[in-house]
Design a protein. Sequence first.
Length: 174
Amino acid sequence: MHSAVTESSIEKANAQFWEQMLAMQLDPVGATGQRSIGPAHVLGSCDLSGEWNGRIEVRLSKGLAICATAAMLMQPPERVQPGDTLDAIKEIANMIAGTLKSALPRPCVMTVPFAAAVAEDCFALPRTDDSVTRFFRHETGELMIRVSERELFVAASECKPDLECFARRPPMQA
């Protein structure tokens, strides 16, 4: 990965959001081999373009998504509605992606966050040539943050949540 985003910068951005905004502690999970967030999770993502192109995504297990939404809305978890959860995940993605964006080369523009409920499992390696992923644990569930660098990508709003959304497009013609 050719950017300044590291496992440490993901951990710091994550802690800044969860601890300062929601007074919740999420502990990093050791980075050993492929790991899964599990089925029935919620995805939030922001695409970035400019000197750096790619996607920052957060995936929360259903339990953690409901707990975070309840904390953000200051209401009991049993009153959280699915639409509330999607709105909360968009805000979580926006806050974490915005913090990570500050480590990326400028200029770099970030899209409006996208969120979706995902039925399928999602697997990730801690690091590949074009991505870095960190997992975090809370008593109510797990969080996965993945930063993926790509030359060109399909906007998150054009994706089906269960598919890999990066695809090469031909360059724009003048």
